[in-house]
Design a protein around this ligand. Sequence first.
Ligand SMILES: Cc1cc2nc3c(=O)[nH]c(=O)nc-3n(C[C@H](O)[C@H](O)[C@H](O)COP(=O)(O)OP(=O)(O)OC[C@H]3O[C@@H](n4cnc5c(N)ncnc54)[C@H](O)[C@@H]3O)c2cc1C
Length: 435
Amino acid sequence: MISIVDTLPRATTDTLAPDLSSAGRSAAAEWPVVIVGASVAGLSVAEALRRHGYSGEIVMVDSADGFPGDRPPLSKAALFPAGETTVYDVVPAIRREALAMSCIFGAAATGVDRHARLLRLADGRSLAYSDLVIASGVRPRAFPGSNHREPIEGLHMLRTAADAGRLRAALARGGSIAIVGGGVLGLEVAATARGLGCEASVIEQTPAGLAAKLGATLAQRLLDLHRAHGVRLEFGVEAVGFEAGQSGSGRIEGLRLTDGRVVPASDILVAIGCRPNVEWLAKAGLDLSDGVVCDPFGMAVDHIWAAGDVARIPGLTEEGRRQEHKQNAIDHGRLVAANLLAARAGLPLKRLEAVPYFWTDQFDVKIQFAGAYSPAAREMVVPVEGREGAIAVRFEVEGRLIGAATWNAPKAMTQLRREIELACLPIDAPKESIS
Ligand SMILES: Cc1cc2nc3c(=O)[nH]c(=O)nc-3n(C[C@H](O)[C@H](O)[C@H](O)COP(=O)(O)OP(=O)(O)OC[C@H]3O[C@@H](n4cnc5c(N)ncnc54)[C@H](O)[C@@H]3O)c2cc1C
């Protein structure tokens, strides 16, 4: 059963440093697995631990006031009026309860004492762990020059259900939204805004936008789709500031561009990427050069693992580039749980072998991407079965399939993911110990 605890679980200490003599160390194995972050990656770890038969204590810590909920709907269905009353859980409550965890909400982790195996919390208390899993995710980058600490009416970011609530209310009023950032998130919100009858503009500093992520063919198709639906696209130009309060209202009135033009807007969404939540680990002695840098098994250092958006784990195709996608967070969680238990049992660890994958839904199109994109790859368009206009694009380097993207063709994507896995899996991959 989940208990939301006011007093911390038994392995918590206010003042005591744990005894890490050899007797103390064997006792340490009995301390809880502590997971920082109660979202996709953290829950994936907890679920996989239980599936593998781990019956020890799991403690989940999150600075939010409860489970944060699933984020992908926040730029899509949750912005429609019905989103106000719909619950978007990562894991349904009934399944979470079956995990029998202790949850500490509203408590930010502020530091780690690796030697003593203690997690420090903002309220001054410490929590002893046998293994610590860092799943603290990312947060949106702020608009340059604005610290977002003094809220400006009509200036939005989108990460939480509360952010989505504010944006939903703004879109329900109609008007016009200017979106800074022509990445996946920005374009999704533009599509949703048009679906709600709002004017939408997207301002992107690079001329080619998503081409470096999806390849030139699908990136161009996507922009054509947006234009056809009336989205104003300003690419190759930078947003440098916003106009607010000129008419005495104190709220957003437009977005200023480098070339001096102002895009009129009643609301602005800043969607210019994210930063990993790692500041709380500054003194932990970990490699934080790109989130938490891990080995291919998901381990940062002994007894500390990382998973999800915050973690960089070298995989099959991406040479360890950090990913910020839901399936990646699930795959990381499963990997870390299996390896954490394998390490305790003295069994070989397994490498991350899941093919990176993400999807995006815009207008009536589902785009899926698996593997990696490289500008050096040969891009080949192949017709496939699917809804009208369905295509698949293959990315090959020296004849090897490293990535693929599909447009309204989920069946083809299933096959392509398998093909990429076979093409990229090392032949001498070690046998899995726990899978
Ligand atoms: C609007 C939106 C739309 C998206 N759409 C898609 C999509 O279509 N497809 C897709 O593949 N992915 C999508 N994503 C990305 C996907 O949601 C993320 O990849 C996923 O949420 C990552 O999960 P996570 O557990 O790694 O991190 P997060 O979901 O970021 O969770 C991290 C948790 O850690 C907590 N935390 C942070 N710091 C601390 C601390 N110091 N102490 C305690 N707790 C802390 C936070 O409160 C948070 O609850 C979308 C994301 C957003 C925001």
